[in-house]
Design a protein around this ligand. Structure first.
Ligand code: GDP
Ligand code: MN
Length: 383
């Protein structure tokens, strides 16, 4: 689950990470009230779960109530990369001497936590990553040993953080690491992490993704779930307990297993198409599950073809085939299905599909994943 900046800052604060005081506002009047509390000058910040708010005009400084009104009015309702701003965060503006970047993620292939640190933080960090990748120091952390102050200090020196900020940034990294591990984050990112003219190190932005698998030990996350912004497709999928993530392409995807679902996205991409979603139906394949999956995909008006990619292991091909045939009776699909069925009982499954006598305009079988992807993309059109 992704947090809004203001929630991320609350989360940071629990671990002693310095953030500015402020408040959330959903109306212009509330924004003015929050500004008075925070004391001028303030910064008005669009709360959307997407980066680049600054560049999009979603972050403005205000010196008085009139300026707060003007900016809050412009920012509330603003569309930032298809995210509509419903809330702004108003905090006391900080003076900035330098902007750094710091984050922790999990590097699955290395089986280590990964610290990324740069002295060139701020709104151009993606650009820095492309033109001068050496300006971003990467340090793997053994999760059993954790991050030591010595390693943090070494990273700070390697990243060429100004001498006067080194101790402050190293201390901040330890707190951020604690937030990342004890707080069960998939991502904990501060950009910019600022050095104030007074010498203090301070988090000016917060990007936090919580690991949903750890939700059972964090009852306090419920309040974040209440503000979570899901699109209609994702809401429907959640109601139906499906592992679904909405994307913006035109090929609907159903696969069994997260790995196969990811590969399916890649193959669709490789043959020039764009997936409309990620959907892993796991080990089950009965008519109820298949119906639920097809209903969610069918609710997405951008979908022009549906690629069902099944490799039977524990999941049996004949069960899948029965599930699809039955689900197709229940859901009136707007787009044709292209199916690739392989693995356990695939032959029986294909026979069931053939015997159902469904028209080729509604259900097309292909014997390999690549051919199926090509057909699905041909129907949906290239990206
Ligand atoms: P993002 O563009 O979505 O990453 O939003 P950020 O919260 O990172 O803000 C973008 C930029 O706005 C920062 O890099 C700062 O340069 C600037 N900014 C944000 N807050 C303040 C503030 O309190 N004071 C000043 N002077 N600039 C700020
Ligand atoms: Mn930022």
């Amino acid at each position: 689950m992704d947090l809004f900046e203001y929630q991320g800052k609350q989360y940071f604060a629990r671990y002693g990470i310095a953030v500015s005081a402020g408040g959330v506002a959903m109306t212009v009047d509330e924004a003015v009230a929050q500004a008075e509390l925070a004391k001028y000058p303030v910064v008005i910040k669009a709360q959307v779960q997407v980066g680049g708010r600054g560049k999009a005009g979603g972050i403005k400084l205000a010196n008085n109530a009139d300026e707060v009104r003007l900016h809050a009015k412009n920012i509330l309702g603003m569309d930032i990369k298809s995210h509509i701003v419903k809330r702004v965060w108003v905090e006391h503006a900080s003076d900035i001497a330098e902007e750094y970047y710091a984050s922790f993620t999990l590097d699955r292939s290395a089986k280590r936590h990964l610290l990324m640190l740069s002295a060139q933080g701020g709104v151009e960090i993606e650009h820095v990553a492309v033109v001068d990748p050496t300006a971003i120091v990467k340090l793997h952390v053994n999760p059993v040993e954790g991050l030591s102050l010595d390693s943090a200090k070494r990273a700070v020196v390697d990243a060429r953080i100004s001498e006067k900020a080194q101790d402050g940034v190293a201390a901040m990294l330890l707190k951020l690491y604690e937030c990342f591990t004890k707080g069960d984050c998939d991502l904990a990112e501060i950009n910019p992490l600022i050095l104030k003219p007074t010498g203090e190190v301070h988090a000016l932005d917060a990007k936090v993704t919580l690991d949903d698998n750890a939700a059972f030990r964090h009852p306090e996350w419920d309040e974040y779930r209440a503000t979570e912004e899901l699109d209609d497709r994702e809401k429907l999928a959640r109601e139906k307990n499906l592992q679904y993530i909405g994307l913006d392409g035109s090929v609907g995807i159903i696969a069994n297993g997260a790995g196969l679902a990811m590969s399916t996205l890649d193959v669709v991409n490789q043959v020039g198409g764009k997936a409309a979603n990620f959907l892993d139906i796991g080990g089950g394949a009965n008519a109820e599950l298949m119906t639920a999956a097809l209903e969610v995909i069918n609710s997405d008006t951008k979908v022009k073809s549906i690629f069902i990619n099944i490799f039977g292991g524990i999941t049996r091909g004949d069960e899948v085939a029965k599930g699809i045939v039955e689900a197709m009776k229940r859901v009136k699909l707007r787009a044709p299905i292209v199916i690739r069925l392989d693995g356990t009982n695939a032959t029986e499954g294909r026979a069931i599909i053939a015997a159902a006598g469904i028209a080729e305009s509604q259900l097309i079988s292909r014997s390999t994943m690549l051919e199926a992807a090509r057909t699905a993309v041909e129907i949906a059109g290239k990206k």
